[in-house]
Design a protein around this ligand. Structure first.
Ligand SMILES: [Zn+2]
Ligand SMILES: [Zn+2]
Length: 189
């Protein structure tokens, strides 16, 4: 398909000024383009992308872990937003970050990093249980068995495979759970 000049809509052929962002049929149109609002928009967009790329390149492995965990935990809080605290039964009121509930891990992320994104290993839990009662693990186990069934929880407890996520996997996990969370929010508003 022939491209058209951004300024005058003429088809652009030989001698045109073409970049991957814009096509211009002539020097005159190029000059008009340079003064246009559109040129500024393109420039700003390029600069923004450039900054984002640079930021992305500076990310460390731990940044990827953190970002993926943040999305995963957010998904869990939204998934469990109408469920009570897994340990003490307190009703949850909001899935917002910094709300009353955390996404609490049963097998901790520190001692069991392979399960940091495991769907039965992470559940909505009140801040009191999660932060001040060290996860209230014994009650959490009872709650988990009630919610997911003993087979799943025992399988989780007995799973000692070592798993190290690659940077690419972490980026994918981040994307997947961000998408899942948005779908969930739409469906259960
Ligand atoms: Zn033109
Ligand atoms: Zn609680």
């Amino acid at each position: 398909m022939p491209r058209r000049c951004k300024m005058c809509r003429a088809k652009v052929g030989n001698g045109a000024i073409i970049s991957n962002l814009v096509a211009l049929c002539s020097w005159d149109c190029f000059k008009k383009y340079q003064k246009s609002h559109y040129a500024k928009q393109v420039h700003d967009k390029v600069m923004r992308k450039d900054r984002a790329d640079r930021k992305e390149r500076l990310k460390t492995y731990n940044d990827y872990v953190k970002e993926a965990q943040k999305e995963f935990n957010h998904y869990i809080r939204v998934r469990d937003k109408n469920k009570p605290c897994i340990s003490c039964g307190t009703e949850q009121m909001s899935a917002k970050r910094g709300g009353a509930f955390d996404a609490g891990h049963y097998r901790s992320r520190g001692s069991s990093p392979a399960h940091r994104f495991h769907l039965f290993n992470c559940v909505g839990q009140c801040k009191k249980c999660n932060r001040w009662l060290s996860g209230a693990v014994a009650d959490m186990r009872i709650g988990l068995i009630k919610r997911f069934g003993i087979e799943r929880i025992e399988a989780l407890e007995n799973d000692n495979k070592v798993r190290k996520f690659t940077g690419t996997e972490l980026q994918r996990i981040k994307k997947i759970f961000s998408k899942k969370r948005r779908l969930y929010e739409k469906k259960f508003r």
